[in-house]
Design a protein around this ligand. Structure first.
Ligand code: 3H9
Length: 701
């Protein structure tokens, strides 16, 4: 028997224990070990079998690293059959998270018990997959069709007590000593002569499901999943659970799982799963780098950004002082926070009581003296270098030694900000994305002099407040905003070439972007980009550049906030509508500039908008601004709503082929000029060598 799975007989209970750190994933040795142990238990004196796990969790799923590789025997279905067909009851004893294939193992058992802190779930959809070992057939049989659909298409884990209420668990053990409580439970079942409960024997009455249930679910999910296929296939599986006998349902599930596991969508989503975890690791810094304790935080600036950041800390129980320049600004900031929490309560996602607790954790002040004792300060005032330097000089004079001084700047030079203090080693960038309490990304910016422990602390606290962290070195715009320049530029250039705003945005939305760049400009306010451009001295003197955005601002069409920008907006519903006035204006401008308008394909729209991102990404890698290509993907998926099913811009480039990307950029260079289209040397080198960014990264590490 393999070492990672052990089996021992304790009295009349056989105990199978899985020990495959870190999360007991169902690697081949685990599958084989469980199979052998179940078979062995059939032959011994045991009267019941407990399946439990060592370490921090019950089995957290199939081993994702095995997907895409040739399958190794035994397959999970074979293991599950052995469990289900055991002549002695098998009891899953759950702690931590029983996820995916792990929960499917539990569902094949005759009984499931768990400690109160445990969670169960089928998160496969988040990897572009569906539960491929009976989850779609067994959950509807014990929890009902609607609950199953909800659970499997959301992929969200369910806490033990709720899972018990849904019928997913047979017992929540009132003990945190799982090992002995599970054995007691098994002995009780034996003593009662409890039957071998097999979920497969439960039939679902098709009449219990409304006739249009599945059609309605498909329609709803298609809207939510924006072109991802997994949701649709999950509906098909649950439909099969209702209509077909168990074995045929399992077969259907298997076929659809195979389709998904080989899909580009799932490969991209699996890439992001590992990329997210990788991004948290700082090259050259050991896992044991000490971190500083963060027990209290101050935020400088109570605007939308500062308020959102304050909420992130209060949400995890860390007290925050919000510092503003005067009482009026402070009370405005506090009101915005209260309003935001109020909206969450109204949506039913937060109780009044929790809201009160969180608001209680946020205190306001206009006096720097009140933040002398905090462990972390995050400055979130508007983008002005002198102002930020002034604030950091004050922080240097006020804050205790060892406090981390962070700036939320989106563009300014973190080293120049750090130079305003006598402790640049404590200064770091923590760049949140708006709305800060919602958006998952946190760019952690490492200054030239940032100390290792300050950096490690910023990453750790980022994770604690629920952010996905990616490390950037200092440059204008860091990773995300620096790359965005060409994307926005080309979206506007395409208008002059003959596209309508609608055509540009919908091509990108069909690709999977949550919102096209022009609609996004309208949402953020066209005046914001306009002001930022005015402050820059490095932009080419080209009348075509941001021509439409500039004209619209000069016409006081700032976007949604003025009811019009690239589009018009319904004052009530905010629905966007095409505006013939804008379309006429574009035509006039093209004529004035001597541009002959033409039909532009969706393919060109994607290339014109995304290839500048990729090219800038290659420069960012060459310069060492980002640690790895996959970190850039993380930035774009979690900070800019790049579709996770496309895996981020660098992964997408690898799929398109770097040679194709490079050739197209050269073609655009020849057509539109070198000032906008200059292939990055790294891109050229990899294209010529026939390599991918991922291969380049693997060779360096
Ligand atoms: C499935 O089950 C399909 C079946 O239906 C059908 C089969 C036929 N495999 O997240 P963490 C690694 S699909 C391989 O930082 P946490 C992870 O990369 C699967 N590796 O810890 C990381 O490695 P490293 C359905 C995995 O405590 C380390 O473990 N299951 C897997 O914050 C620690 O991970 C899922 O989708 C895996 N399945 O969170 C669950 N899982 O240290 C996916 C983790 O080198 N996992 N690793 O960076 C999770 O959601 C979280 O890892 C979990 C722990 C909540 C379990």
């Amino acid at each position: 028997m393999s070492q990672v799975v052990s089996y021992e007989l304790k009295g009349n209970v056989g105990i199978i224990s899985v020990n495959n750190p870190p999360v007991n994933a169902l690697a081949q040795v685990v599958r084989e070990g469980i199979l052998n142990a179940v078979n062995a238990a059939q032959e011994d004196a045991s009267e019941a079998i407990v399946l439990s796990c060592a370490g921090r969790t019950f089995i957290a799923g199939a081993d994702i690293t095995e997907f895409g590789k040739p399958p190794k025997e035994p397959g999970l279905p074979e293991v599950l059959s052995a469990i289900e067909n055991s002549t002695k009851p098998v009891i899953a004893a759950i702690h931590g998270t029983a996820l995916g294939g792990g929960f499917e193992v539990a569902l094949a058992c005759h009984y499931r018990c768990a400690i109160p802190s445990a969670k169960v779930g089928l998160p496969e959809v988040k990897l572009g997959l569906l539960p491929g070992a009976g989850g779609t057939q067994r959950v509807p049989r014990i929890a009902g069709v609607e609950a199953a659909l909800d659970m499997i298409t959301s992929g969200n884990p369910i806490a033990a007590n709720k899972a018990y209420g849904m019928g997913l668990l047979d017992q929540v053990l009132e003990s945190d000593d799982l090992a002995s409580a599970a054995v007691d439970y098994a002995q009780k079942l034996v003593a009662e002569g409890a039957p071998l409960k097999r979920i497969r024997d439960i039939a679902i009455d098709p009449a219990s499901v409304a006739p249009d249930f599945f059609a309605a679910a498909r329609k709803r999910l298609a809207r939510r999943a924006r072109g991802q296929i997994a949701q649709d296939r999950i509906v098909s599986c649950i439909e099969a659970a209702v209509e077909l006998p168990m074995d045929e349902g399992l077969q259907r599930e298997r076929e659809l799982f195979r389709e998904l596991v080989t899909s580009a969508e799932s490969a991209a989503m699996r890439h992001i799963f590992f990329a997210e975890r990788q991004a948290a690791k700082i090259k050259g810094l050991s896992k044991d780098t000490p971190t500083r304790n963060i027990g209290k935080v101050a935020i400088i600036g109570g605007g939308t950004m500062g308020g959102g950041i304050a909420m992130c800390f209060a949400n995890v129980g860390i007290p925050v002082v919000l510092l503003e320049i005067n009482d009026e600004a402070l009370s405005r900031g506090m009101d915005i926070i209260a309003k935001n929490y109020g909206i969450t309560v109204k949506k039913g996602k937060l109780t009044e009581e929790l809201m009160a607790q969180r608001i209680e954790l946020i205190s306001g002040s206009t006096d720097y003296g009140d933040i002398a004792d905090v462990d972390l300060v995050i400055e979130a005032v508007f983008e002005n270098l002198e102002l930020k330097q002034e604030i950091f000089a004050k922080l240097d004079n006020t804050c205790k030694q060892g406090a981390i001084l962070a700036t939320n700047t989106s563009y300014q030079d973190v080293d120049a900000i750090a130079a305003a203090t006598s402790r640049p080693q404590d200064v770091v960038g923590m760049h949140f994305f708006s709305p800060a309490n919602v958006m998952k990304l946190l760019e952690v910016v490492r200054g030239d002099k940032t100390a290792d422990d300050a950096l490690a602390t910023a990453m750790k606290i980022g994770k604690k407040i629920g952010k996905v962290c990616a490390l950037s070195r200092v440059c204008y715009g860091f990773i995300g905003n620096r790359m965005l320049g060409g994307y926005g530029r080309e979206a506007q250039m395409l208008l002059l070439d003959g596209c309508t705003p609608e055509q540009v945005d919908s091509a990108l939305e069909r690709f999977g972007m949550a919102m096209g760049p022009l609609a996004m400009g309208d949402l953020a306010g066209l005046d914001v980009g306009y002001k930022a451009r005015q402050a820059r001295t490095d932009l080419p003197d080209d009348p075509k550049l941001y021509r439409m955005g500039t004209l619209l601002v000069e016409m006081e069409r700032y976007g949604q906030k003025t009811g019009a920008g690239f589009y018009r907006y319904d004052p009530e519903t905010r629905a966007r509508m095409n505006d013939s006035e804008v379309e006429t204006l574009i035509k006039q401008q093209a004529q004035e500039l001597g541009i002959e308008q033409r039909e532009v394909s969706d393919e060109e729209i994607l290339a014109r908008c995304f290839y500048p991102l990729i090219n800038e990404g290659a420069l960012i890698l060459e310069e060492g601004i980002a640690q790895r290509p996959s970190d850039i993907d993380v930035v774009y998926v979690f900070g800019y709503a790049f579709p996770v099913a496309k895996g981020g811009p660098m992964f997408y480039a690898d799929q398109v082929g770097l040679k194709n990307v490079y050739d197209k950029i050269c073609e655009f260079r020849d057509r539109y000029g070198e000032q906008y289209w200059r292939p990055a040397p790294l891109l050229q080198q990899l294209a010529e060598a026939g390599k991918t960014f991922a291969e380049w990264d693997a060779e360096r590490s």
